[in-house]
Design a protein around this ligand. Structure first.
Ligand code: SAM
Length: 317
């Protein structure tokens, strides 16, 4: 939290109720051109969340403060949070220490990326459609787990599965541990500090491997809004062309999947690059609500059959 406020602690004598402060905050965020998309899709979702943090009210009770005067403490806290959001460009999820995905709450701080994966749409029904019945799924890997959010969603969807979750960042794994404990899944989710799936080689094979890896090319990262640069760079960038981690994953998954297993990878804007780099590997692009369709489903049998050479690496997968 910033020591010195750039907003006056009482921005106007006319601001009295929670509703007044909310309207003020919405205008402020709009005119400051803050970027959304880190767990929140618009200003209103962010200002309501910050008001909740300032008043201590849960989301469903927030309307109770819209018509009543805010206390001095609530006003000061709200203005302080807005100040950090607007002038430091600190993402709202970091300010409140929490992000929501798939109806579940996850602890977050600047050690991890804020959860916002397309997998939240795909884990409930689309991915299970490509697998045997969910209670027969025994082993799952979540590669590049970050806060552990997808490992938790998977463990809840596949109640008999053990989930191995990997990350290269000790910091991210510390946050993932908090979330695994928060959702009481310590017995079923194991965290591994490793590059992609390296530490999992030689172990049992997986029915399902998913990954939301870093996939931004360096050049795109440089142009991202300031808010996104508050997240760990390693969680967003993967080499010059964005494909570094994906290349490793495709190679490693080939020998780590069950014969009927599937690999599902989110690749952002890299769909065309993927198809160009692995022209003979069948990839099914799963459809998502916003039409991005940037999550590839690849079957183990196709990975095995592929005799494709990635033009950049000259490596077979
Ligand atoms: C886009 S984030 C995804 C986090 C989480 N799965 C989610 O959806 O919110 C990518 C994560 O991959 C991790 N990472 C980057 N390079 C890696 C590598 N070579 N091996 C394993 N993890 C890596 C980063 O530390 C980061 O936590």
């Amino acid at each position: 939290m910033s020591a010195r406020l750039r907003l006056p602690s009482s921005p106007s004598a006319r601001l009295i109720t929670g509703g007044d402060y909310l309207r003020f905050a919405n205008r402020l965020l709009a005119t400051s051109h803050v970027a959304h998309g880190q767990g929140f899709s618009n200003a209103q979702e962010e200002t309501l969340t910050l008001l909740g943090a300032a008043t201590g009210l849960p989301w469903e009770k927030l309307p109770t403060c819209f018509q009543r005067p805010l206390s001095e403490k609530e006003k000061n806290r709200f203005v302080e949070l807005l100040d950090c959001r607007v002038f430091d460009r600190t993402p709202t999820a970091y300010l409140v220490g929490e992000a929501w995905l798939g109806g579940l709450s996850f602890s977050v701080d600047p050690r991890v990326i804020i959860p916002r994966s397309y997998f939240v749409e795909l884990i409930p029904e689309v991915i299970p459609h490509w697998l045997p019945p969910s209670d027969s799924i025994k082993r799952i890997a979540d590669v590049c787990t970050g806060s552990g959010c997808l490992a938790v969603l998977l463990a809840k969807k596949f109640p008999r599965a053990k989930v191995d979750a990997t990350d290269l960042s000790h910091d991210a794994l510390a946050v993932a541990q908090i979330n695994v404990t928060k959702h009481r899944l310590q017995k079923r989710i194991k965290l591994h500090h490793t590059d992609t799936m390296t530490a999992l080689k030689g172990g049992p094979r997986y029915d399902l491997i998913i990954s939301n890896p870093p996939y931004e090319p360096e050049g795109i990262y440089r142009r991202l809004p300031a808010e996104f640069k508050k997240e760990p760079k390693q969680s967003l960038v993967s080499g010059k062309d964005g494909l570094d981690v994906i290349r490793k994953l495709l190679t490693q998954a080939t020998s780590l999947l069950q014969p009927q297993g599937i690999l599902v990878i989110e690749v952002g804007g890299l769909r065309k690059k993927m198809e160009k780099a692995w022209p003979k590997l069948p990839m099914l692009w799963l459809s998502t609500a916003d039409g991005m369709d940037c999550v590839a489903l690849i079957q183990a049998s196709d990975l095995q059959k592929a005799r494709t050479v990635s033009p950049r690496t000259r490596r077979r997968i």
